[in-house]
Ligand binder design. Structure first.
Ligand SMILES: [Zn+2]
Length: 479
């Protein structure tokens, strides 16, 4: 079966066919680092982490870009004399990184900060001016606007006509031709900090939010890439504007637009005034990180997710059932392995065979149906427990492999690194072990068994356990 994804632009499910089947390319809008993450930010990032993991399972490689918007009106607004905008932006970026890592969201392949791609943004703006789709404000303010009336396809993503659209909410518009025109470049204002201003052909200033993503996507993924992701709330104006800018500049841009649903708390939109604003850090302090991951993953990514106290207790119970089975069946698997090795002392330890059940794969292929995929996990847990009760170790062993393969793909198999843990040491160790894993894989590919065994033994002697799974070899400290 082919993977199908709901494409917002096409307003229907489409077969997913990447430009390059050996390298799927994905751009997901990252946070504007004006304040710390709430649980909705984590759900959004997790939706695309699950998609990325499944794409990695289906295709050999995924290049995943998630940006950091570190310059924006809101970042400047929240800065203080004691904490300049760039210090605030970095502190908040670290909070996002910790929350993402806290629930096991994989680090992006590239994580560009907007302030590091200003020349690329200016280049794109210049192209738009030359093509007649953007204009510097005639009042000399330094503002540059995208001319929506010059681009007949404006509105293609959200299927709106320009006349029906709200005006772009650029504060203090200076010299706009149409109310819907939006700022590509914002001329500096006297009250803005001097270090938030960059020189440009149109006057000193800083980029508008939308152009940042268009420029970073092109820089890191090329003029056309497979998937653009983000929350439903970003469809308009942000993604509509990104699409218009990039296509008007002559680029193919995103081929599939994927949007995740939003989070409500106790049936209501999160807001500070309602007192239900749920910070990611508070949730992660109160619950096991894998329970949080499970609770946020359990609803389909496109549906809105309502969090209540029972979300956590239900996720805790469901995850507990899975992990108790894995532990219980693991003991039976060990008994079986011992028996097998006893029969033939030359026999290598039984190779790990990743077994993703067909129903699981087809659920994931059907627009990332994680709720249905989790139902398959629980079905195998039930069957496996029954097999153990019946003394059928072979059936239990098969269920154990299946369950471990499935929860491995969903990232529910091991506790994520504690946020703010021993980052430098962990990453140094990881780099070393990954090098040895690659060398071992190469030796095996070359059928150089002696070398492969020597590397495996050296890793084992250091107290590190290897596990070959569907999405590659993982390692852990053998405790
Ligand atoms: Zn964006």
């Amino acid at each position: 079966m082919t993977l199908r994804l709901y494409d917002t632009r096409a307003q229907q499910l489409r077969d997913f066919v990447p430009l390059d089947s050996e390298n799927v390319t994905m751009y997901v809008c990252g946070p504007t680092v004006q304040s710390g993450p709430h649980i909705g930010h984590v759900r959004a990032a997790l939706s695309f982490d699950l998609l990325r993991r499944w794409l990695t399972h289906r295709f050999s490689r995924v290049t995943f870009v998630r940006n950091v918007t570190d310059i924006d009106d809101k970042v400047l607004l929240n800065a203080t004399d004691a904490e300049p905008w760039w210090a605030l932006a970095y502190r908040m970026e670290q909070q996002f990184t910790a929350a993402y890592a806290g629930v096991g969201i994989l680090a992006p392949t590239y994580e560009p900060r907007a302030t590091a791609s200003i020349p690329q943004m200016q280049e794109l703006i210049q192209t738009l001016i030359e093509r007649g789709h953007a204009y510097p404000a005639p009042d000399g303010s330094g503002d540059v606007y995208f001319d929506v009336r010059s681009w007949p396809e404006y509105g293609a993503l959200t299927h709106q006509s320009v006349d029906a659209m709200e005006a772009a909410e650029d504060a203090d518009p200076r010299g706009k031709r149409n109310p819907q025109d939006f700022a590509l470049w914002k001329g500096s204002k006297p009250d803005e900090p001097a270090d938030a201003i960059w020189a440009s052909p149109w006057g000193a200033g800083r980029p508008g939010w939308h152009i940042e993503c268009s420029a970073m996507a092109r820089r890191y993924l090329g003029s056309e890439f497979d998937i653009h992701g983000g929350g439903l709330d970003l469809r308009f104006p942000h993604h509509e504007n990104e699409l218009a800018q990039s296509t008007a500049a002559g680029e193919g841009f995103a081929r599939y637009w994927v949007h995740n649903g939003l989070v409500t708390v106790d049936g209501q939109k999160m807001s500070k005034s309602l007192g239900n604003f749920t910070l990611a850090a508070d949730v992660l302090a109160a619950h096991d990180p894998l329970v949080v991951r499970y609770a946020l993953a359990a609803a389909h990514y496109r549906s809105s997710l309502d969090l209540t106290e029972s979300s956590w207790t239900e996720a805790d119970a469901a995850l507990g059932r899975i992990h108790s089975f894995v532990e219980r069946a693991g003991r039976a698997v060990e008994r079986n392995g011992t028996r097998r090795r006893g029969r033939d002392s030359d026999d290598e330890a039984v190779e790990y065979i990743p077994l993703i059940p067909e129903e699981f794969a087809s659920s994931m292929d059907d627009d990332l149906g994680v709720p249905q995929a989790l139902a398959v996990v629980h079905d195998r847990v039930r069957r496996g427990n029954q097999a153990l009760d019946d003394g059928d170790d072979a059936a239990a062993e098969r269920a154990w492999y299946e369950v471990r393969a499935m929860i491995g793909v969903l990232g529910l198999d091991e506790a994520p690194l504690a946020a703010g843990g021993t980052g430098a040491e962990a990453s140094a160790l990881d780099a070393l072990v990954q090098t040895m894993i690659t060398q071992r894989a190469q030796a095996r590919a070359d059928k150089d068994w002696a070398t492969a065994d020597r590397i495996r033994d050296a890793i084992a002697a250091a107290g590190i356990a290897l596990e070959d799974t569907a999405d590659g070899t993982h390692w852990s400290i053998d405790g």
